[in-house]
Write a protein that binds this ligand. Structure first.
Ligand SMILES: C[S@@+](CC[C@H](N)C(=O)[O-])C[C@H]1O[C@@H](n2cnc3c(N)ncnc32)[C@H](O)[C@@H]1O
Length: 295
């Protein structure tokens, strides 16, 4: 079965990211397979979407899916922080971020994002160069590895896990996702091994964040996004874990409280998925939507 990313909180996103009538521009910073993008293109006939994604494989799917919209969909293969830094000021009516990775990455990419599949430990969104997860796991010293797992995974057994990795790699390189997941399972206490989430969940999240520098990109991108937005335009951000959400929340709070604020916050509390959506799409459970308006 082909994995299709369910567009998270699609009703809430449409409702909170209104597009003015006439020629208008939405920048979808994380197009993925284009769930949100296609929804906007269908809803607003005069809208153009610039669709960013750094991952060529998933972008190819979006391009195929959006072919019926012709010139109204303009894909760009780029990191969103880099694109927005160069984008013209006051050019967009709305900007959307749906952070993180897609179901595609776990199920189809074959890059080791899932600890349930025997795949090479890669985890890069952009496979043109740069560190892979295997480079981090086999190359970082134990202390550094523990810090990454703690900081980006909020993993309480980070030191134990880093130690187990350092011991295991003395015997030979750690190459696959299942090999790493098994090693982590054996390193943590029994009650954690059979807990609510798989014991490798947090370490895998940390590696992915480290490899793609996911958290470092958020604040610079939001800062540029505010500049790129027209007055009255909105930014909507969907996050999936507390590390991301904290960054977004505090960036917007600080900006709104500054001497010359450029935005007002429209969501004092984040919007969360309906019970119905959580039931139909359990991974949406941890999603949070924050929206601001350019003033
Ligand atoms: C959660 S998915 C988006 C799903 C999309 N909204 C949909 O409805 O199909 C996030 C996407 O953003 C991409 N991505 C994540 N961080 C990125 C970044 N900093 N720059 C560019 N693309 C990024 C990932 O490759 C992934 O395809």
């Amino acid at each position: 079965m082909e994995a299709v990313h369910y567009p998270v909180m699609h009703r809430e996103v449409l409702e909170n990211l209104p597009i003015p009538s006439g020629d208008s521009l939405l920048i979808d910073c994380t197009t993925g397979e284009g769930g949100h993008t296609s929804l906007f293109l269908r809803t607003y006939p005069d809208l153009t979407v610039i669709g960013l994604d750094r991952d060529r494989s998933i972008q190819k799917k979006a391009i195929e899916r959006m072919s019926a919209f012709g010139e109204r969909f303009r894909p760009v293969n780029t990191w969103f922080d880099e694109y927005l830094a160069e984008a013209p000021s006051g050019s967009a009516d709305a900007i959307l971020f749906d952070l993180g990775i897609s179901m595609f990455h776990y199920v189809e990419s074959e890059r080791g994002f899932s600890f349930r599949r025997e795949e090479p430990l890669d985890m890069r969104l952009c496979t043109d160069g740069g560190l892979t997860a295997a480079d981090v796991v086999n190359g970082y010293d134990e202390g550094n590895l523990a810090d990454v797992i703690y900081k980006y995974g909020e993993e309480r057994y980070s030191r134990r896990i880093a130690h187990a990795i350092a011991e295991a790699r003395k015997e030979g390189e750690i190459k696959s996702s299942v090999q790493l997941a098994d090693l982590i399972s054996r390193a943590v206490p029994k009650e954690y091994r059979y807990g609510r989430i798989h014991p490798a969940t947090r370490t895998f999240q940390a590696l992915r964040i480290e490899v793609n520098r996911e958290l470092d990109r958020i604040c610079p991108a939001l800062d540029s996004a505010i500049r790129v937005l027209k007055k009255g335009g909105r930014i909507a951000v969907i996050t999936f874990h507390s590390l991301e959400d904290r960054k977004v929340k505090w960036f917007f709070k600080d900006e709104a409280a500054s001497e010359n604020p450029r935005i007002k916050i429209l969501t004092k509390k984040p919007i969360v998925p309906s019970e119905e959506e959580e039931r139909e799409n359990p991974p949406s459970r941890s999603a949070k939507l924050r929206v601001v308006e350019r003033i």
